[in-house]
Design a protein around this ligand. Structure first.
Ligand SMILES: C[S@@+](CC[C@H](N)C(=O)[O-])C[C@H]1O[C@@H](n2cnc3c(N)ncnc32)[C@H](O)[C@@H]1O
Ligand SMILES: [Zn+2]
Length: 298
């Protein structure tokens, strides 16, 4: 993890900064001596000791997501998202480089695409990836070694300094509007990707993946409205040709993966044609942080 990313972090126990230099060290340690070990794979578990009641994605769910995303099925989305985030970065004051927080980074797939696109534009981007699943972060740390990849619960106060980030990216993950507002610099943005109506509709019933509900745009805007103004939305839609195993993977990698039975799923996809045409439909929504005096939390 690079030192600009570490500089954005605060200790979850006492909110102090972490002592530098930490990037290649074996632990993050704050001035008061609170210490968080860096896992062999490169991520840091900041939740250690405090626990959480959220259900992290399992190793099987993460493996399914990694295989599916790695096959390139959502690359169109990754490219559109990267363009949206980079186009929206405000000019930096002298000496400062942009920092993006990927909330619910998962396997780091979209953040990896963002860094690649930033490199093509010679933007010196730094990043923090937060996720509650250590299985996901093992892969994220491999995909994005310069990122501060942290096990954290997005519903807790974020282990990030106020005003440290230029953008928060949220791809199919929880949105903690108050905390996103706190960690963004003035004029910063939240870019949210949600499933749009019709997303994976052809296979939802066939796989028992009934948990996928498109987020209503109004609900998203309402949840962020005390701190953010909507700045535009666009949909990205196309048709995927998925083999049976890929249909199973896409079912397993989402929230339904927590309760789908693998054997039953195999039996269900066995009845599908060799290749299924499946709709991919996403919404990319941008929100700009309101000036602090206009914040009006619900
Ligand atoms: C559907 S996945 C999306 C992952 C990634 N953004 C992607 O699109 O590949 C949702 C992610 O949010 C994480 N997540 C769910 N609840 C969370 C929470 N309360 N705090 C942190 N991460 C959470 C899960 O572990 C999972 O990696
Ligand atoms: Zn501390």
């Amino acid at each position: 993890m690079d030192s600009a990313a570490v500089a954005a972090l605060i200790c979850p126990v006492c909110a102090d900064e972490f002592v530098q230099p930490a990037p290649e060290g074996t632990a993050l340690v704050c001035a008061a001596g609170h210490s968080f070990d860096r896992a062999r794979q490169g991520y840091v578990n900041l939740l250690s000791g405090s626990g959480t009641h959220f259900l992290p994605d399992t190793a099987d769910m993460v493996a399914a997501r990694d295989a599916f995303l790695g096959a390139g099925h959502y690359d169109v989305l990754a490219a559109e998202l990267a363009q949206t985030v980079l186009d929206g970065l405000a000019p930096e004051p002298a000496g400062r480089e942009p920092l993006v927080v990927d909330a619910g980074t998962g396997t780091g797939h979209y953040l990896h695409g963002l860094h690649r696109a930033a490199a093509e534009r010679a933007i010196p981007l730094h990043s923090v990836g937060l996720d509650i699943s250590k299985f996901a972060l093992r892969r994220a740390a491999r995909a994005n070694p310069g990122t501060a990849n942290l096990v954290w619960d997005l519903w807790k106060p974020l282990p990030l300094a106020a005003g440290c980030a230029d953008a928060v990216v949220v791809v199919f993950a929880p949105r903690n509007a108050a905390e996103f507002a706190r960690v963004l610099r003035p004029g910063g943005r939240v870019v949210v990707v949600t499933p749009a109506p019709g997303h994976l509709a052809e296979i939802a019933a066939a796989t028992g993946m009934l948990g996928v509900q498109p987020d209503k745009e109004e609900a998203l805007t309402a949840a962020l409205s005390g701190w953010f103004a909507p700045e535009g939305t666009r949909t990205v839609g196309y048709t995927l040709g998925l083999a049976r195993a890929e249909v199973a993977a896409v079912a397993l990698m989402g929230p339904a993966g927590h309760h789908l039975d693998a054997a039953e799923l195999q039996a269900r996809v066995a009845g599908l044609p060799e290749t299924s045409n499946v709709t991919a439909a996403f919404r990319i929504s941008e929100f700009r942080l309101l000036p602090r005096q206009e914040w009006a939390p619900a």
